[in-house]
Design a protein around this ligand. Structure first.
Ligand SMILES: [Zn+2]
Length: 249
């Protein structure tokens, strides 16, 4: 039997929050029906928008928090992260640190490696559960990156971002753009395997730890201070460096 709502609000999403809507209703006011007295967070999330991407909600022109219960007929305006306007006094969450530190969900191994390669502190482990990810993010002030809206809708999630792309290279450029990271790129400063810090080492240190031809061809070697992995500026480095060079300002 179709549900007949007796009460409605009007919701308008701004900016990239429209990514979560079908194209027929993007950038438009939507009439949303409800029962009882739901919190504004639930009304907005019923449209598929995870609350972590919302930085300001106005109900009939006034800023409210997520637990506010709008009256029938209210006009609800939802805004994403602002890049050029400071809304710190009325924002729904404090600003995340810059550059942010990340925790990734279990399907994002390639993106984790790319972010680490770019120098960003990125936790990732295939064995993480959703709860592990939420707890780490909360305890450590990390931003959750995921393709799973379920994690981002959890009330414990404070900072998060739903990746629009599925291709890891496009995901990297999406993250660099959304979090405005171009000025913070530090290629080769972090281990893509374990997130440890990578430092330059004397060539003699790695003599018996890399293939003979590699040792002969290259002069600059780097080593992870946590797991000992050795890096050098070979073809793999050049390929990823070329991929991210477009982001540098
Ligand atoms: Zn390492």
């Amino acid at each position: 039997m179709p549900v007949e709502f007796k009460k409605f609000v009007t919701i308008r999403l701004y900016g990239n929050l429209n990514d979560f809507l079908p194209s027929s209703v993007k950038q438009k006011e939507q009439r949303v029906g409800f029962w009882g007295k739901p919190a504004v967070k639930d009304l907005i999330e019923s449209l598929g928008v995870p609350h972590v991407e919302i930085f300001l909600i106005l109900v009939d022109g006034l800023p409210v928090n997520f637990s506010f219960r709008p009256a029938e007929g209210s006009l609800i305006s939802c805004y994403p992260k602002f890049s050029s306007i400071s809304i710190s006094s009325i924002a729904l969450r404090p600003n995340f640190e810059v550059p942010p530190r990340f925790v990734l969900d279990v399907h994002l191994g390639r993106l984790a490696a790319y972010l680490r390669f770019c120098g960003f502190d990125t936790l990732y482990d295939k064995s993480y559960t959703d709860n592990n990810i939420l707890d780490i993010a909360l305890a450590d002030g990390r931003v959750i990156l995921t393709r799973d809206k379920g994690i981002l809708r959890n009330g414990k999630a404070l900072y998060g971002y739903f990746l629009r792309n599925t291709n890891p290279q496009l995901q990297l450029s999406e993250v660099v753009e959304y979090f405005d990271l171009a000025a913070y790129l530090e290629p080769f400063s972090r281990c893509s395997l374990c997130n440890g810090e990578v430092v330059q080492v004397e060539k003699s240190v790695v003599e018996n730890q890399v293939p003979r031809t590699t040792f002969q061809i290259y002069n600059d070697f780097f080593q992870c201070s946590s797991c000992g992995q050795i890096y050098w500026e070979g073809p793999h480095f050049n390929r990823i460096a070329a991929m991210i060079s477009g982001y540098s300002k």
